[in-house]
Ligand binder design. Sequence first.
Ligand SMILES: Nc1ncnc2c1ncn2[C@@H]1O[C@H](COP(=O)(O)OP(=O)(O)O)[C@@H](O)[C@H]1O
Ligand SMILES: O=P(O)(O)OC[C@H](O)CO
Length: 495
Amino acid sequence: MAKKYVVALDQGTTSSRAIIFDHDANIVSVSQREFPQIYPQAGWVEHDPMEIWASQSSTLIELLARSGIHGSEVAAIGITNQRETTVIWDKLTGKPVYNAIVWQCRRSSHICDELKAQGLEDYVRETTGLLLDPYFSGTKIKWILDNVAGVRERAEKGELLFGTIDTWLVWKLTEGKVHVTDPTNASRTLLFNIHTQQWDSKLLEALDIPRSLLPDIKPSCAVYGKTRIAGEGGEINIAGIAGDQQSALFGQLCIDEGMAKNTYGTGCFLLMNTGKQAVKSTHGLLTTVAIGADCEVNYALEGAVFMGGATIQWLRDELGLIRDAQDTEYFASKVEDTNGVYLVPAFVGLGAPYWDPNARGALVGLTRGSNRNHIIRAALEAIAYQSRDLLDAMAKDSGVMLKQLKVDGGAVSNDFLMQFQADITNVEVQRPVITETTAMGAAFLAGLAVGFWSSTSELKYKADIERTFMPSISTEKCDELYSGWNAAVAQTIKA
Ligand SMILES: Nc1ncnc2c1ncn2[C@@H]1O[C@H](COP(=O)(O)OP(=O)(O)O)[C@@H](O)[C@H]1O
Ligand SMILES: O=P(O)(O)OC[C@H](O)CO
């Protein structure tokens, strides 16, 4: 049958989604399933890899069944995933030896301290582009090897395999035939030399991780294998893998140097394509692998804000100030400003550019006249201020003063937030027509790998802008507001 569609599997932190795109890159159908979060102790986060597989495979089957599309009409399946989350499984039985340790989990911070004590910080920075933080996979792997009975012995005998979620899904989809990852995911493991594009022997040794655990590294745009899962007797190509933030960068067609996107989900992830140059940050950003115009390896600077949309969830769930995230726009617009109130949502410490795990949240500038609307407005503004912090760090590291910022993620439907972002950063904020850019990136990679699309230039028109938010406040006003934010942040760091 004629190949009319491409499917993207978007395996996120809280849900698994499958989306069908047609040749015009229109969304034909979406299927989504949430799965349980496991919190065994304070600061620990796990997922059951089998729940991930069950939720992801069922969305794929449901998607095709519901839309009446036969597997033989699908040119390829692309995969995009929550990054860093770590799975180890038995290569014969396919059974995980432990739950997946999620990117948010802080349990391996003592291993990071040990590596720092060994003087490895600079080496890690230079080689991997990352920091010694439990966020990344390497210390999570070591934790499993050291703490789950019998696992190190089995790993040393070559019986086990490691993967980030892309690798785990491809392994399951190919019924245990293919053990692979791509450079964007590899660049989040702490084990990957981003300059040579190889696993790094010195870091494997420092973390005592057997090389036999590691997947092969193939380009982000390639055919990795085939799956029979939804083919009804036939097989579908698995082609195209990217970590979700790099996939969104590619989906927004930020494929040239100096182009940037910010994703406003639970956290905020700002990435700027720096072309062939791996720019080393001196302002707390990460250097990571991205995907360029010909799908070749590019680099990006990345900054992460831990509490983005999650700040709004906190207003709703802990303070009960709103019933729904979208109500924030209405309440924030009822007041002219926050009346000097700032909310610094350092609830789990501060990420880039501060990297202060001990900072804690603060609500400052309260007066008798402060009301609910001011606090709600301050929460939305905090998302934009944190993103401005990242943009400033990026300008200092890259020398590029952005004029335009492409945005995506759940919170970009908030017009107040988008306008304030434009005001406080003095950049044009461009919201695309299709905000499913993460899935679109994986679909593009898969379609390009099998010739469904010929080149990224064929896709350019798909990055249509729905609305541009223009900066509208004076420089003086902007500076005054931002210096208030800096003063508020300084208080949380001191505390
Ligand atoms: N209209 C809105 N205004 C502000 N925040 C919003 C709005 N809609 C959703 N959000 C926030 O966006 C987040 C959901 O976005 P999403 O991209 O689905 O996140 P993730 O992929 O990280 O789960 C939630 O944290 C929610 O609070
Ligand atoms: O699943 P998301 O969208 O919260 O993204 C998680 C990031 O990839 C973590 O690095």
